[in-house]
Design a protein around this ligand. Structure first.
Ligand SMILES: *Cc1c(COP(=O)(O)O)cnc(C)c1O
Length: 464
């Protein structure tokens, strides 16, 4: 597919790389490595499920940007909505008893989708901010009920909740904790429900029970009167597309209810259709008190996130909360809200949630099975349009190349990218999260490229 002529511009690749090196610090990167590579990969245009770099090379986007471009690229409708809103009211804030029409409309739209008790929406600009809002709201909720010491969060090792101080602290990634002396106090990390590592060879139910037991033990150890909330992603995304064992979330939910601990689902990746239901908690069948959402809320067309709280929580804030002294300049940004609302309408109009559940999700699961017997593959797994391929040094085991996690993954990922497929390598798995609009042909292309890349790097991995 050739990109639309309107999107074609003549960029000077050499000059852009020079300026990138001289002035730009990209996110989540090793600056020494970028210097040695002579600058970042520069992306210039996109359409559908494909994007192009400054050198004209095309890629199938197996990552929906960064887990967000649900409806695919090039949606003129969203550009028009943004344009119209910017002319009518480009900005107004939501501080001090104020709101704008797009923010109110989007909140109502979201509440109609979440249904049930999740009826109140606080807007932010990013997933990390949605998590920070949740963090302060949860502690405030307990404090105003005379329980200021009920402020500890239980989260999982290798979970991902963003990059702010609270988000990175709730997250359970040691490499992130190492930057900035994190985590902050008041966070307890417990086992992740990662069957291929922590529960390898264990019966699924038994592993789920063991993970839940660790949560209960930790609550008892720190004292239930001190535990504010349990926080987890329905499926861990950035941690490596970790799909919990059957019964895990039911057990966690029961423990939270037993000890009067709030249950928070970080739905920043799972939200708005990714797993084949509107939310990950629908897919796994549990009922959280608060959810955090971002990414597919606007399909990445505008920066916006939402922290969505239950009626019961907001009732307490109304009765006892006083001033909720929290908010961002861009909370409820009218242009972002207008774009997000139209994005959700497109997801509904094109029935992308059902399509993910009934067509493309099962198709991806089937296609990945073609890799299951490959000599480098220890496991393939997927749910909806989230998938992972575990790379192992010996079939039937979870042994890793070079005797250590994290050596093989980046090598396979780089081969995929060179072959025109954007995926991520997380430790030793190749993970994918394509737009919800991906076609079955494109799914085949994606899986074929992964297979081709595995075959190409086989000798290199064997030499590790
Ligand atoms: C991406 C992500 C975040 C952080 O979102 P940002 O928009 O990058 O701040 C938080 N939680 C989860 C589960 C995520 O995947």
């Amino acid at each position: 597919m050739t990109p639309p002529a309107t999107a074609l511009r003549n960029y000077d690749a050499v000059e852009l790389r020079r300026l990138d090196l001289a002035h730009h610090l990209p996110a989540q990167a090793d600056y020494g490595e970028i210097r040695d590579l002579g600058g970042s990969r520069i992306i210039t245009r996109a359409e559908g499920c494909k994007f192009w770099d400054v050198d004209g090379k095309s890629y199938l986007d197996g990552m929906a940007g960064l887990w967000c471009v649900g409806i695919g690229y090039g949606r003129k409708e969203l550009a028009e909505v943004a344009y119209e809103q910017m002319l009518e009211l480009p900005y107004y804030n939501s501080f001090f008893k104020t709101a704008t029409a797009p923010a109110v409309r989007l909140a109502a739209k979201i509440a109609s989708i979440t249904g049930g008790e999740l009826q109140h929406v606080f807007f932010n600009s990013s997933g990390s901010e949605a998590v920070d809002t949740m963090f302060r709201m949860v502690r405030h909720y307990w404090a105003v009920q005379g329980q200021p010491y009920k402020n500890i969060f239980i989260a999982r090792r290798n979970g991902y909740h963003g990059s702010t101080v609270a988000g990175a602290s709730l997250g359970g990634m040691s490499a992130m904790h190492a930057i900035g002396s994190l985590p902050i106090p008041g966070i307890e990390h417990v086992i992740q429900p990662y069957a291929f590592n922590e529960g390898f060879g264990e019966d699924e139910e038994a592993f789920a029970a063991r993970c839940a037991q660790e949560v209960e033990d930790r609550i008892l150890k720190v004292g239930p009167q001190n535990v504010a909330a349990f926080v987890g992603e329905p499926i861990q995304g950035a941690g490596g597309v970790i799909i919990p064992p059957k019964g895990y979330w039911q057990r966690i939910e029961a423990i939270c209810r037993k000890y009067n601990v709030l249950l928070v689902a970080d739905e920043v990746i799972c939200g708005f259709g990714r797993t084949g239901q509107w939310f990950g908690h629908n897919t796994f069948g549990f009922t959280p008190d608060i959810i955090t959402t971002a990414k597919q809320l606007s399909s990445g067309y505008a920066p916006i996130s939402a922290t969505i709280a239950s009626r019961a929580i907001v009732e307490v804030l109304r009765e006892k909360g006083g001033d909720f002294v929290h908010g961002y300049t861009y909370s409820g940004h009218p242009m972002c809200c207008a774009v997000a609302e139209r994005n959700l309408e497109i997801i509904e109009r094109e029935d992308l949630v059902t399509r993910t559940r009934e067509v493309t999700g099962p198709y991806l699961a089937n296609a990945l099975q073609r890799l299951a017997d490959h000599e480098l593959v220890g496991q393939v797994r997927s749910k909806g349009l989230l998938g992972a391929v575990e790379i192992v040094s010996e079939p039937g085991t979870n042994h890793r190349f070079g005797g250590k996690e994290g050596k093989a993954g980046p090598i396979v990922r780089d081969a995929c990218i060179a072959n025109g497929l954007m995926v991520r390598g997380i430790r030793d798995s190749v993970v994918m999260c394509p737009p919800l609009t991906i076609s079955t042909d494109e799914i085949d292309f994606m899986v074929d490229k992964i297979e081709k890349s595995l075959n190409q790097v086989l000798p290199k991995l064997r030499a590790l």
